[in-house]
Design a protein around this ligand. Structure first.
Ligand code: BGC
Length: 893
């Protein structure tokens, strides 16, 4: 049998650098071409040198042979790890059938700076120019002398602001590092291995600082939220081949100057003056005699923590699909896709010529850029040419959300090669794929992933284009599960939960935006909008729902343990704010952007309160806290009783009678069995009465198709999925959407554009239907008893209107796949793939179920579903589905 140990990871990452968790967790996958492969034992060796590891010595940790099938989240339990040090590990795995062990390849990770006293650098900045309204991005440089050949060089770097780091002229950092946190509390530090970039003798370190979230514009056009101007903090630790060590740090001996970036701001765009470039300023030997000394920040009271968020990168480029000259002599490009990032320009012309790139999501009916929905944001980059040949330009510390680009002031005739779109986001690896027989459904899935791609940028933002781009927690929680199927967001959400905890109020309330930009709430919201409380129903609950989602999808107990107390405080806060377990209608956005259906706010808030308590029951059970479990279960029972008493009448009608009240009550388990039947019927009735249309907003939409599917209305779930009339997902697609719109009525045939004050065409929330597509349509579900897909529950929900589905998901164990097909006569073919070291229960719908491998089924739902237990490998099944005629449609299911 061939078994290979692959994809070894430390803290979810391949060979990470600069960790500061004292007991990192180790992961590996097992690949095999055989069925029923599972790990029976493992042994881990951790060493401080590659050499000793290759001799099978684990002087830091030798776990010994452990009889266990665990291959994820194995906590390091060796000797205490040291600051600024490399470690090497490998694992040996035994599988059930064959007793000969299989070793992984050796892996490395490195520890960062583990104590406050280990930080020796100073924060350096450049004083603002009082004569300028917008400040140039300052350059910093330092020439260092490496006394001997370099054996290891690790740079730890961060900024209050954002930085670009260069070593001997080469960029070594990612984009927009260190990322967004509440800088009053914490800033992330990145570590880069620069061993191969340094040499004996003179070397140059260069950095450019952007304002970023720290001092640039954030949210509704406020700047300097955390500080006046940016600062850089760096230390480079060098070990020479002769065994000596040296530390280089930012301090008063560095030099600073203005550069060609005259300003650069997330919300206001960039001005780059190539005539002000300083050639080779980031190389050794550059004459910096006219540069100034930096300004030293007295200190920083927050925490310096190893970066958790995935690096932000350009992950793909897009070529425009068309260009057209306008009457005013500008050129409008269509990128063919609403994307987030920027455009790179290629241009040749006279020195001093200014070219502008203006970005927008949509076009006005007259073909001009639709800029109104940007509110105060200016998605423009300006480039002043150096002259003398072909020049390339792309901006540095800004990004835009756009499909159309207007090129203004271009010297000559541009063509399709003049600009190229650069797609920028937190680089979370693609985890899922989903293709069906229906091109519109495929387009919907594509739009969902583009919404995520565009908005997962350091934090899950609501939108990438207007003056907002905030980490709205409600949007994040409703989309969290879909997001996990699409991309590996393990660390992205770990970071975001940290932001939520940082923002948690002393009362225990979680906020509706994280990282906290407290000024927004207190200064502006109290006075202008009068939304005062930081605990909005469905938003604050993200503090409980997202960690639970991470646990379900990745089996990550640590996130639950770490934030347990904070989550308990949230529930206690909710209890204190409720009135006999009913949460009153205060501070509540309601079912945000629902369409012609206002869900009463107390119903919605009480439903979410119940759900938070229910999830806390699950979390405390997982952590073995039995008393807490009893307490939270009781709390859930009390809230649901109060909900029924206050809001449900004898016919099972729920106050408000919107789709959302029924959907939430059903999915959160708030009803008696009889009421469930009634509620499901009322829900279906409402949908039909609206001509098979939905009316749910952000909070209801994620549960809508699951509620229909779980409560006997799968056909309606498909009807809503495939509905092309307004309001529906397909309506936007029929009208050219390439991302998920913020509102169902963002643009309609009748009314054109919705109010420009809030009309984003790239908001992922309504894309939470992606969760249903994986969990229900394809039927690929995590089992909370064995989370992280150690055991999967595969239960496809076919309907003849979509005749085939292929879905895959890369869990921490490997690739899970489901393919199904419905033939015209109702024949159902199912093929599933289960990765090694996992198992699955496969529920096959229909009658006459046959398994290719002659597995023995058990039956549920009056023999309508046959269930099989399978180990790893690929398994095929066939069955016969029923054909029914409903509302004039032939439904097979
Ligand atoms: C944001 C939403 C957010 C909402 C809350 C909007 O401005 O774009 O995504 O959840 O406010 O009210």
């Amino acid at each position: 049998m061939s078994v290979v140990v692959t994809d070894c990871r430390t803290e979810y990452l391949t060979e990470p650098l600069g960790l500061d968790v004292l007991q990192p967790r180790l992961f590996w996958k097992i690949a095999s071409d055989e069925r029923h492969v599972h790990q029976s034992a493992y042994r881990i060796l951790v060493s401080a040198s590659r050499d000793s590891l290759s001799r099978d010595v684990g002087e830091m940790w030798d776990s010994g042979r452990l009889e266990s099938d665990q291959s994820t989240h194995i906590t390091y339990e060796g000797t205490a790890l040291a600051s600024d040090t490399d470690y090497f590990w490998k694992v040996c795995v035994w599988t059930g059938k064959d007793s000969s062990p299989v070793w992984s390849e050796p892996q490395r990770w490195s520890m960062g700076i583990l104590s406050r006293t280990g930080w020796k650098a100073q924060w350096i900045g450049r004083k603002a120019d009082p004569g300028l309204e917008k400040q140039p991005a300052p350059l910093f440089r330092k020439e260092i002398h490496a006394a001997a050949d370099v054996k290891r060089a690790m740079v730890y770097v961060t900024a209050l602001g954002i930085y670009q780091l260069r070593v001997n002229g080469e960029i070594v950092s990612h984009l927009f590092a260190p990322g967004w946190t509440d800088y009053n509390k914490r800033v992330q530090v990145q570590a880069f291995d620069v061993t191969s970039k340094l040499h004996q003798g003179s070397n140059a370190i260069g950095a450019i600082l952007g304002e970023g979230w720290y001092s640039g514009t954030v949210g509704f056009l406020h700047d300097k939220v955390y500080g006046e101007r940016p600062f850089l903090f760096l230390q480079l630790s060098v070990e020479y081949t002769d065994g000596t060590k040296e530390l280089f740090v930012t301090d008063g001996s560095w030099k600073t100057a203005d550069g060609p970036i005259r300003y650069s701001d997330f919300i206001k765009g960039e001005l780059y003056d190539a005539t002000a470039e300083r050639t080779e300023w980031d190389e050794a030997g550059y004459d910096d005699a006219d540069w100034q000394l930096p300004d030293i920040r007295p200190g920083y009271n927050g925490l310096l923590t190893a970066a958790i968020e995935p690096p932000i990168r350009i992950t793909r480029t897009l070529k425009p699909i068309s260009v057209r000259k306008t009457e005013t002599g500008t050129y409008i490009y269509d990128m063919g896709q609403n994307m987030v990032g920027w455009t790179e320009l290629t241009v040749a012309g006279e020195r001093g010529t200014k070219v502008t790139l203006s970005h927008a999501e949509m076009l006005n009916p007259d073909g001009t850029l639709y800029l109104e929905n940007l509110r105060e944001a200016v998605q423009q980059d300006h480039y002043i040419l150096n002259g003398g040949g072909e020049e390339r330009y792309e901006p540095h510390f800004t990004f835009h959300g756009f499909r159309y680009v207007e090129l203004i002031g271009y010297p000559g005739e541009p063509d399709l090669d003049t600009i190229i779109g650069k797609v920028v986001h937190s680089d979370t690896a693609v985890a899922g794929s989903l293709t069906t027989s229906d091109p519109m459904v495929n387009k919907l899935y594509s739009n969902i992933t583009w919404g995520q791609r565009g908005n997962f940028l350091s934090v899950p933002t609501d939108c990438p284009q207007r003056d907002e781009r905030l980490g709205w927690t409600g949007d994040a929680q409703i989309f969290a599960r879909a997001a996990t199927y699409n991309m590996d967001v393990s660390r992205f959400f770990e970071k975001f939960i940290g932001d939520m905890i940082d923002a948690q109020q002393p009362s225990g309330a979680f906020t509706d935006v994280a990282p906290d930009a407290g000024w927004i709430r207190h200064k502006m919201w109290n006075t202008r909008l009068n939304w005062s409380a930081p605990d909005n129903a469905g938003w604050g609950d993200a503090g409980v729902i997202i960690p639970w989602t991470v646990y379900l999808m990745y089996g990550d107990r640590r996130i639950l343990e770490t934030h347990y107390d904070a989550m308990v405080r949230w529930i206690e806060y909710l209890i204190s704010m409720s009135d006999h377990f009913v949460r009153p209608a205060y501070a509540n956005y309601g079912d945000w952007l629902s369409i012609d259906a206002d869900t009463p706010k107390d119903v919605l808030a009480t439903a979410y309160f119940a759900y938070s308590a229910k999830v806390m029951g699950l979390i405390s059970e997982t952590l073995g806290k039995t008393d807490d479990k009893r307490r939270f279960d009781q709390c859930f029972a009390d809230i649901s009783a109060a909900f029924r008493q206050a809001f449900v009448d004898e016919q099972g009608r729920i106050h408000g009678e919107t789709q959302t009240v029924y959907v939430l009550a059903l999915q959160f388990g708030l009803l008696t069995p009889e009421q469930q039947l009634q509620a499901a019927a009322h829900l279906a009735e409402d949908i039909r009465a609206r001509g098979n249309r939905l009316s749910t907003g952000f909070l209801g939409v994620g549960y809508l198709l699951p509620a229909l599917t779980d409560h006997g209305h799968l056909d309606l779930a498909y009807t809503l999925l495939l509905q092309e009339e307004f309001p529906s997902w397909m309506y936007s697609i029929k009208h050219g959407a390439t991302t998920i719109w913020e509102r169902w009525d963002g643009w309609t045939e009748h009314n054109g554009f919705q109010t420009p004050s809030m009309n984003s065409f790239n908001h992922y929330s309504l894309g939470s239907v992606g969760e249903w597509m994986f969990r229900y349509m394809a039927g690929l579900e995590a089992d909370p008893e064995k989370p992280g897909f150690k055991h999967a529950v595969i239960q496809p929900h076919p309907d003849g209107r979509v005749t085939s589905v292929q879905a895959s998901y890369d869990s921490l164990y490997g690739r899970h796949e489901v393919r199904w097909e419905v033939t015209e006569s109702g024949g159902f073919l199912l093929q599933v793939t289960v990765p090694a070291n996992t198992t699955a229960t496969v529920h096959v719908p229909g009658r006459n179920v046959v398994s290719e491998a002659s597995l023995t089924p058990s039956y549920t739902s009056g023999r309508r579903t046959a269930s099989f237990q399978v180990g790893s490998g690929t398994w095929a099944f066939t069955s016969q589905l029923a054909r029914e005629q409903r509302d004039g449609i032939v439904i097979i299911g």
